[in-house]
Design a protein around this ligand. Structure first.
Ligand code: ATP
Length: 199
């Protein structure tokens, strides 16, 4: 699985719809200072569910939406779509391509889509488990991240290794299962209390 392309509209400095195709392998993005190189990485992290505006180099939610220039009006929304190659069926779906989109409005509303269908952020996190592509994955190493990894605690390093080795999905499913079990046990106890009251 690899990132095949990205479509950006209204995100930060990308007012007009911009499509970028990435070849397989190592990619470098070069350009003058302030031309929007880091904004592309911000856009990728944003689609993957980055909720911390600070880490997207903004102060408030709408800072990711094109804020206008002397000649162009600000936009009311932005949208970013990632196109992932799934030829290797890393993600267990029928399609050889996976598109993940996020759209956000100045009102603060955010919508997520998988292959054009509306979904929850949770669905995106689940579908990308063990691909290394998620927000917490190791596919985006931003400035300072290498130091962060070197200085991370044993548990944090283990989480990265687990993602790389494909265990995260099972740990996540186990935790979800435990939560469901706890809630079912609680419901059962409540039903038992009601039975006792009725008897
Ligand atoms: P450098 O090489 O200096 O790190 P860069 O190519 O990585 O620069 P970015 O940081 O991606 O550049 O882009 C900065 C530009 O994005 C600035 O010109 C800034 O005004 C613009 N920008 C950021 N947020 C918005 C926004 N919401 N609306 C419009 N323009 C924005």
């Amino acid at each position: 699985m690899y990132l095949k392309g990205i479509e950006i509209k209204g995100f930060k400095s990308f007012l007009d719809k911009t499509s970028i195709t990435f070849p397989k392998g190592m990619i470098s993005i070069v350009g003058p200072n302030g031309s929007g190189k880091s904004n592309i990485l911000d856009a990728i992290r944003w689609v993957l569910g980055e909720q911390s505006i600070k880490s997207l180099r903004g102060d408030k939610l709408e800072d990711v939406i094109f804020s206008g220039t002397q000649t162009r009006n600000a936009l009311g929304y932005c949208e970013v779509t990632l196109i992932l190659d799934n030829e290797d069926k890393k993600v267990d779906i029928d399609y050889t391509e996976l598109s993940i989109k996020r759209k956000a409005y100045r009102s603060g509303e955010s919508q997520f889509f998988i292959n054009g269908k509306k979904c929850r952020l949770k669905d995106i996190k689940e579908i990308l488990l063990d691909t290394g592509i998620g927000k917490e994955g190791y596919s985006i190493i931003s400035q300072g991240r290498v130091d962060e990894i070197i200085n991370s605690t044993g548990n944090q390093k283990r989480a990265l290794l687990e993602e790389a080795s494909g265990i995260t999905k099972y740990r996540y499913k186990k935790e979800e299962g435990e939560k469901n079990l706890a809630s079912a046990t609680e419901n059962l106890e409540r039903i038992n209390d009601i039975f006792i009251e009725i008897e």
